[in-house]
Design a protein around this ligand. Structure first.
Ligand code: ZN
Length: 322
């Protein structure tokens, strides 16, 4: 059994599953999902639980015969491919095999569901070949794709743009955040520091550094930008603060902000609760545009590892975003 081993679900998972169930109830299921987050936060288990939602007659109970078959990995219409230990990635062959399997007529009624665990390890061309699945039903049977990634920056934009994004927050972030608040750190500083380290001493130390102070000021000013003119002004006024260290902090927070925007329905689960008003404003932007911006931010963030100029990265961000 895949999921039942870890039941009861950890708190985060339970909330994500509740949101998915709610979507199902309101007929708002997507045909493609992208689950992302650190290792060990229950993404794979949730993929199977989500598959249950499409088949279970008891609203995804996870305990009826149908659910058990799915969770056991035995359901004929639910396929799974994961990273091969020998290669540490998902190969093109695995994807071709999956496509071949899907081209055959299904023996069982209902949607065909495929789970691709580790999409971020597949090459760009392998990922792109999966797009066909997302685009069209095969043999008139609806298909549901559930993609799982730890590093969203390695997922091609064409996939990100077509999926409903679901972030699995690391449990440590919330825990550390609460500990810092208990020590008297204000809510915003607690969440910002928790996004950078998972060590409480390091977090407290960070709050006293100039780098943190600069990055926080930059971040808060950035959230006020409403148009191109203000964006240019922001760039000029903050240019002296654009070092790799401050820009890295800034990007981690911006990414967390978008993650909160995507799950705004789940207020309990937000990290940057002190910025709730801003999150609400961001959430009013169209979903496809938000995803495009988020992907840009992820890509620029991963560029920061390649000895680039922090100033150039910020320039690219500002020009493309506003
Ligand atoms: Zn069930």
């Amino acid at each position: 059994m895949i999921l039942l081993d870890i039941l009861p679900m950890i708190e985060n998972q339970q909330r994500i599953y509740d949101v998915l169930k709610q979507n199902k109830k309101n007929n708002r299921m997507s045909h493609a999902y992208l689950f992302y987050g650190d290792e060990g936060v229950g993404k794979k288990e949730m993929a199977y639980a989500l598959a249950c939602l499409f088949y279970c007659e008891h609203k995804g109970c996870l305990s009826c015969e149908t659910c058990k078959t799915i969770l056991d990995g035995q359901h004929l219409n639910v396929s799974y491919i994961g990273v091969l230990d020998s290669k540490k990635l998902i190969s093109k062959e695995q994807i071709t095999d999956l496509q071949e399997e899907f081209s055959k007529t299904s023996l069982v009624e209902g949607p065909r569901i495929y789970i691709v665990d580790g999409i971020d390890t597949a090459s760009a061309s392998a990922q792109n070949s999966l797009l066909k699945f997302i685009e069209e039903p095969i043999n008139h049977t609806p298909t549901i794709g559930i993609f799982i990634a730890t590093d969203l920056a390695n997922v091609v934009s064409t996939i990100v743009s077509r999926c409903s994004l679901i972030h699995f927050p690391s449990i440590e972030i919330k825990r550390l955040c609460k500990s810092l608040e208990a020590l008297g750190t204000d809510s915003l500083d607690s969440s910002l520091a928790s996004l950078i380290t998972n060590n409480i001493e390091e977090a407290k130390g960070l709050l006293d550094t100039k780098g943190y102070f600069d990055a926080k000021e930059m971040f808060l000013q950035f959230l006020e930008i409403k148009n191109k003119k203000q964006a240019v002004l922001f760039f000029i006024e903050n240019a002296s603060k654009f070092t790799l260290d401050t820009v890295r902090l800034f990007f981690k927070w911006i990414m967390a902000l978008y993650e909160d925007v995507f799950k705004i329905e789940d207020k309990e689960d937000l990290i940057l609760t002190a910025l709730y008003d801003k999150i609400v404003i961001y959430a009013k932007t169209d979903y496809p545009v938000l995803k495009k911006h988020f992907k840009l931010i992820l890509d620029l963030y991963s560029k920061l590892n390649y000895n680039v100029s922090a100033k150039n990265i910020m320039h690219e961000l500002i020009t493309k975003l506003f």
